[in-house]
Design a protein around this ligand. Sequence first.
Ligand code: MLT
Length: 407
Amino acid sequence: MIRANEHYTKLKASYLFSDIARRVAAFSKENPHRDIIRLGIGDVTRALPSVCIDAFHRAVDEMASDTTFRGYGPEQGYDFLRSSIAHVDFQSRGVTIEADEIFISDGAKCDTGNIQELFAGDITIAIPDPVYPVYVDTNVMAGRTGENSEGRYGGLVYLESTAANGFVPALPDKPVDLIYLCFPNNPTGATATREQLKLWVNYAREHKALILFDAAYECFIRDASLPHSIFEIEGANEVAIEFRSLSKSAGFTGTRCAFTVIPKKCRVFDGQGSPVALHPLWLRRQSTKFNGVSYPVQRAAEAVYTPEGQRQCTELVDYYLKNAALILERMTALGFTCAGGRNAPYIWIKSTMDSWALFDLLLAKAGVVCTPGSGFGKCGESYIRISAFNSYENVEKALDRIGTALS
Ligand code: MLT
């Protein structure tokens, strides 16, 4: 008898953003003439930088000729892209990361979800609350948790990120093996200083733990004192993996290109406590289960790392940061306590209402979609997240409508 993976039954019925999309679709169906402004899922709205489009066209043309056509590429990505990333994102900032420590993929969501299959089933996992739901859900699917009770899965160690700690959680009070961190943070928009990251790196070294560091939003950092990579912290290359994405930095949400950095020194341990390098394990996993990102997409991604590509991407990100600043200013003026929005595209807004009730109210009265904070965890209750990914005009319009709806 074929049996289902019963761990799936522990999950909430649907993924947070699918749930929101379903509710918005139902509202649209009932109110076909309402203009809806989407500030929910962090999906970019502006066109790809022109350097990427040009590179894309050239690569597609190469595919049109037998002499320049490419079939399967290296599963871990073409060297032209890995070298450009190593140079621009790391070496030029004084961080020692080599091209062959970078694995190109089709998304940080997939990588953060897939990476956990490299770890034993009975490890202890520390997960921030609130958190990007993929980290939790993929571990639930893998059977590393108990049942969900009152918004918390048994077996997980939750790291509470609250206004009291500036949304940067404290070290766990019991030993953990795997730690998920994301800075600039989704959903709170909080950032971590070098000193704060150093505490985590030291913890991981001392406790033989591993940090999964999601840096998908590093391109929004404008404060020069903040670290962009966990590998800026001494000793992190033995205890951390970093996930990056071109989704927000270059508008690739629909184009799909990301990468995961696994330093050759990064280690886990076997049952006898001997170190096991993670790099060959991930290479083995990717070459078995993944056939790489398409050649034209990797050429478009390579263009991001040219001087003109960097200029165009900075302009793109600055556009969304201007939206974020407006959201922060206007929601604060409406009397809300807000976090994030400065070195991040998300504004984390505290309300006196239940998260879903405020979501429903803003949708019904303002035609604005946000994300209910409780969808990111128990500590997100009574918060909403507003994303800066839309046109400036739509963001202004949405804020006007929110002002009217709440007055
Ligand atoms: C979000 O809105 O949290 C993100 O867009 C989700 C993602 O990047 O997968």
